[in-house]
Design a protein around this ligand. Sequence first.
Ligand code: KIV
Ligand code: NA
Length: 273
Amino acid sequence: MKRSVPDLIQAADPLVMVTAYDYPGARHAEAAGVDLILVGDSLGNVVLGYDSTAPVTLADMIHHGRAVRRGAPETFLVVDLPFGTYQTGAGDAMRSAVQVIQQTGADAVKMEGATPEILEAVTVLTRNGLPVMGHVGLMPQTATAQGGLKVQGRDEEGARRTLDGALALQEAGAFSVVLEAIPARLARLITERLAVPTIGIGAGVHCRGQVLVYHDLLGLYEGDEKKLAKRYAEVGRTSREALEAYAREVRAREFPGKEHSFVMKDEVLGKLY
Ligand code: KIV
Ligand code: NA
């Protein structure tokens, strides 16, 4: 059942969020009963084959967001605003968010960071009834400036910046804040200080919710394990083995068998000879 923003804020149980990028993934996530689905701009890495999220466009997010909504009509849906479509201020952020909401049917958008421009954008969007999820800690859109895809907030200055950013996002109206790749004890402190739920990825067990990337948790890429993700399946291996079996059977003329072939009456066929 789809939860409202107040339900999510007040939820006593940990919130379960997972990313999805297409119709089948969304169907699986909804059938599994997750609380929120995120169309992450991790789309760029795991679906579109880019080596960062920077090339992902608003049109890409809308295209995939629409497919996800068709697969998960009853689940709270968050869509990432991609790099360059909101950082310049509230006007741009509002236009991008309205396009996403109107064209995908999403319930909320997510933005990375807590700069003055982003805080202003969060203020304006939420004041106008557009729910925003924040995101601090490791921020892949600007990871190059953060020194690469590395754990954030280990030193006092970085920890304080992450805590202050999360507090400022809540103050600006964010209904929830993602904490990515920060020490578990810092995530616990931030979670205690915030009234709105924190959703962690690589941020320990004390966050109010957890999020994982679909492809990471399903093991869609063989041999590519990340510390912050647990693999609950080896779907990549299963998929490759199935494709190999198919190729083998085609080459051996074992597929299609009788059970996959259509029949015709002898007398009809006889007339053709
Ligand atoms: O793009 C994404 O998948 C995300 C999650 C990791 C939070 O932003
Ligand atoms: Na993202």
